[in-house]
Structure formats: C-alpha cells, structure tokens
Design a protein around this ligand. Structure first.
Ligand SMILES: *Cc1c(COP(=O)(O)O)cnc(C)c1O
Length: 347
C-alpha cells in the first residue's frame, strides 16, 4: 500500500442522521448540511446515502456545491444555498433548481428581479452578525418577500454548542420576534441547536457535524478511520534526535516509524508531539514535528510494526485529534487532503 486510506462509514452517517431526526420535535423535518464537499468526505456519497435514508432537504455554502449535490440526489430534493444569490450565481441556481437563502435587501432585490417565480428562502440575522438580514431590513421588505412565497426563513445560532450560554435564548427570541405569525417554514438549528431542545427546532433542522461523528453530538457514531502506511522504520540511540528542529530526543534505545502523511494532508503541524497513532489497541506517540508529507512515530513499545498505523479511528476520533492540535473536529475533517485514497463502507 502506497497511499494513506481514509475510510468513510456511510452507514454511520445515515445512523447519525436518524438519531438526530429521532431527537427532533414531531413534525420537524431533519435536513442535512453537505457543504465543503460533505465536510471533506465527499458530498455526492454523503448526500446519496442520506437521501436513501430519507433526507429531502440539503444545504450547501455555495451554488457550485449545490450543482454537485443536485447531480447526486436527483431532481426532487430541496437544495438550499447559504451564500444566497450572488451576482454570478443566477444561471447556476436556475439550471440546477437550487434555493438561494437571500441574505440582504440587495440579494432579495436581485432574486426577485432576475429569477421571479423561482424558489428562494430568507436568512435573517438573529445576533451572530455574520450572514442574514437585520430586523429592520427584513421588516421593510417583508410584505414583498412574503408575497413572493419564500420556501423557508432561517437564522443561525452562534453559541449552540454551549447550552448554558444566554445568547441561545436571546437569538431564539429575536428570531421569533422577526418571524412570528408568518405563514412559512422556519429553521434555526444546526447540530448544537437540535440538542438544545424542541423550542429551537421549528419546521426544519440543519445538522452538519453531528452527521459526521463530531461534537457537540457526543452520542454520534464515529465515521472516519485514517490509516497511514509505514514507509520505513529505524533504530535511534539515546541522545539522537528525530525530525525538523531536532525537537524530539530519544531517552532510551528507540524505534521510529516514518509514515506517509503530513500537514499537506491536513494533519496539522500544531499536533506535533501531542497526538498519537494507534497500532490496534496500542498507542504510539508522535515523535517530533509534523512534516509536509511525513510523520515520525515512536513505535518502541510495539512487538512488531504493522504495515499501517491509524491516526483517526476508534481510539482517537476527530475531536480528540482536534484537541491535540488546538482546534475543532470541523477543521480536522475539512482539512483532510485530496491525496488520501477514500474508501466508502456501509453504503
Ligand atoms: C455549517 C452550518 C450548519 C451546520 O452546522 P453544524 O454545527 O455542522 O451542525 C447549519 N447552518 C448554517 C447556516 C451553517 O453555516
């Protein structure tokens, strides 16, 4: 084996979607966020799997991603675009029947003028100050927008991964204030919001990370395994160093394995000296810095060095690896590079 193998468990993604669906209020539809190529795992495979599991609404960040998802799921599913209706998007939105979530009065105007009669939704800002119309901006256009029949009105929570954060209730109340009484489906919650409880669910939820086995959905099934081939092993005497900067120095007669993946493959440099690779159930610490294409691993305690070592798997999931690198599971997943051989199981 020459390439590292990223195994994606599609059955686990489907199971996570069903589990989040089961936690949602009755009559609330569970959508699926497949932006950034399905959090780095292959949006077409993920969307096809979830469509089979029963998902009917998909969310992407931009129109080009929507085109790819449309091809995977066929003509019936709803595909929403978070970046809304950008000037260059009109053709792609029309051609692939995508639903832009208009973010501003400017975008609403563009949509209603250039694509009259085509489906759209509205994104409101309820306090995150990232995307969406502000209350006054929406109020000024509300009658015209409602007359055009939006498919969905949504907003996004900034702190949903912190259940105690008072901003959750404040955003819920701001969202309700802007949308109360409107005859349209509403959506406020991503993974974190689903776990906050039914008051946050409205008619449609938008889980992303929980589908892919990440926090804050702590009951999710792990989805990825990443196995890295060992290229070479060597003995290192006490006092000798390993890797760039000579930061790791052997304190005992040691055996070092060099494996084929590095920061160019999304194994962030910040995890150097802090993450582990696994040989079955045995933990082997990273020795020294992460190189662009290589990692060096202390395998002294192994009776035998296997052909591959796992950096993601049952013992070290995306959130554990993220913690070693000082980041979040989302960044670990979306950084996983194009050089891995991706294998899909359980489809
Ligand atoms: C990315 C995103 C989601 C999904 O969030 P997760 O935390 O991954 O569940 C939902 N809604 C919006 C607007 C997003 O940008």
């Amino acid at each position: 084996m020459t390439r590292a193998t990223l195994t994606v468990d599609l059955a686990a993604i489907a199971a996570n979607w069903r589990a989040l669906d089961a936690r949602s209020a009755d009559h609330c539809e569970t959508g699926a966020v497949v932006k950034a190529n399905g959090y780095g795992l292959n949006a077409a495979k993920v969307a096809t799997t979830l469509a089979r599991a029963g998902a009917r609404s998909f969310f992407v960040a931009m129109a080009s991603e929507g085109a790819m998802v449309r091809k995977a799921v066929g003509p019936k599913a709803d595909i929403y675009v978070f970046s809304g209706h950008m000037a260059a998007d009109t053709l792609e939105l029309t051609e692939h029947n995508l639903i832009p979530l208009v973010n501003s009065a400017h975008q609403a105007r563009r949509h209603l003028d250039t694509m009259p009669g085509n489906p759209f939704g509205v994104q409101l800002d309820s306090g995150m100050n990232r995307l969406g119309m502000e209350a006054a901006e929406f109020a000024a256009l509300k009658d015209e927008i409602m007359a055009a029949g939006p498919r969905l009105i949504m907003s996004h929570l900034a702190c949903a991964d912190e259940p105690e954060n008072p901003q959750n209730a404040a955003q819920l109340s701001a969202f309700q204030g802007m949308t109360e009484g409107l005859a349209v489906a509403r959506s406020l919650s991503a993974t974190g919001g689903i776990l906050l409880g039914k008051a946050f669910h409205f008619q449609l939820t938008r889980p992303g990370i929980g589908l892919y086995g990440g926090l804050p959905f702590s009951d999710s099934r792990p989805v990825v395994r990443l196995s890295l081939p060992v290229i070479q092993t060597r003995n290192v005497a006490p006092g000798e160093s390993v890797g760039y900067g000579a930061t790791w120095i052997a304190t005992r007669p040691s055996r070092i394995a060099t494996v084929a993946a590095g920061y160019a493959d999304g194994l962030l440099r910040a995890m150097g000296g802090r993450a582990y690779l696994w040989a079955g159930n045995i933990r082997c610490p990273l020795a020294g810095r992460v190189s662009m294409d290589l990692l060096t691993v202390d395998v002294t305690d192994l009776a035998e060095v296997p052909p591959t070592l796992d950096i993601l798997g049952p013992h070290q999931g995306i959130d554990a690896l993220a913690e070693a690198a000082g980041t979040i599971g989302y960044e670990i997943l979306t950084a996983l590079g194009p050089r891995y051989h991706r294998v899909f199981s359980g489809s």
